[in-house]
Write a protein that binds this ligand. Structure first.
Ligand SMILES: [Zn+2]
Ligand SMILES: [Zn+2]
Length: 258
């Protein structure tokens, strides 16, 4: 879940926590878009100078909701040129877990930006998807992330090559399995033009068969979306063949059977 620090989410962490408590959730995690070294890298993430403020906002949510466990995390953008920066971010606080996400491919192409739909014009879909999955594999190889975020975000506008994509998914999922990290079912996709959760069911089935770890995320950018469609997400996980999911604390995970 996000906070106003990223400039495109609304509601303070304590409001997300209130909503979680109202829904009967016992544990939530904040994964704000992590800073980049350049303050003008883009305009949809917190700044490096706001990292302490982020922690304070989470402290406040904890104080206001003592019955709720609040996990501290970041959603970190993976770009190959920023590997040292990412490793350094990972060491700054005792994060409970870290999500690695690819929102940029090619020459800093922000392929999922809602205002940049036109940037897809003339793209070779096979090439774009191949590049996206190559970058996901590189993000796993960095060895910093516990969870790879929304691992078919590239479908966000509904541009998907036809047919079987297992040749793209398999090397990625093998890397995830080998690193003993997790993918997530992210219900945020339901709000996007693609109209479905990330990732698609066939990818999930392959992941379950390979024994890949799984978590759940709402990717909430406003308090009303906390835990959104989690019943459907759990049902999807079970239907895909998963028998357990992962919980994180202090950089370690435990597997919890359904
Ligand atoms: Zn966001
Ligand atoms: Zn994301």
């Amino acid at each position: 879940m996000h906070t106003p620090l990223c400039r495109h989410a609304v509601g303070e962490p304590t409001e997300y926590a209130a909503q979680a408590a109202k829904l009967g959730l016992t544990e939530i995690g904040f994964t704000e878009h992590a800073p980049m070294p350049e303050e003008d890298f883009d305009d949809w993430r917190m700044l490096e100078s706001e990292l302490d403020l982020y922690q304070e906002k989470l402290d406040q949510a904890e104080q206001d909701h003592p019955g709720l466990t609040i996990r501290r995390s970041l959603e970190i953008d993976y770009l190959p040129e920023y590997e040292n920066w990412i490793k350094n971010l990972a060491k700054r606080y005792r994060w409970d877990y870290l999500i690695g996400s690819v929102h940029y491919i090619g020459d800093k192409w922000s392929f999922d930006h809602p205002d940049k739909r036109d940037s897809w014009e003339g793209k070779d879909l096979n090439q774009v998807w191949k590049e996206y999955y190559c970058r996901l594999v590189d993000s796993v190889s960095l060895g910093v992330f516990d969870i790879i975020g929304h691992c078919d975000l590239i479908k966000v506008f509904g541009d998907r090559p036809d047919g079987d994509l297992s040749h793209l998914w398999r090397p990625f999922l093998e890397a995830v399995k080998q690193s003993d990290i997790a993918i997530e079912i992210n219900t945020g996709g339901l709000q996007k033009p693609c109209g479905e959760m990330y990732p698609e069911p066939a990818l999930l089935e392959m992941a379950a068969e390979m024994g890949v770890g799984l978590t759940f995320g709402s990717d909430a950018h406003k308090p009303e979306r906390v835990g959104d469609h989690f019943d459907a997400a759990v049902a999807l996980a079970k239907r895909s063949g998963f028998t357990e999911y992962r919980r994180f604390a202090g950089g370690q995970y435990e597997s919890v059977p359904f």
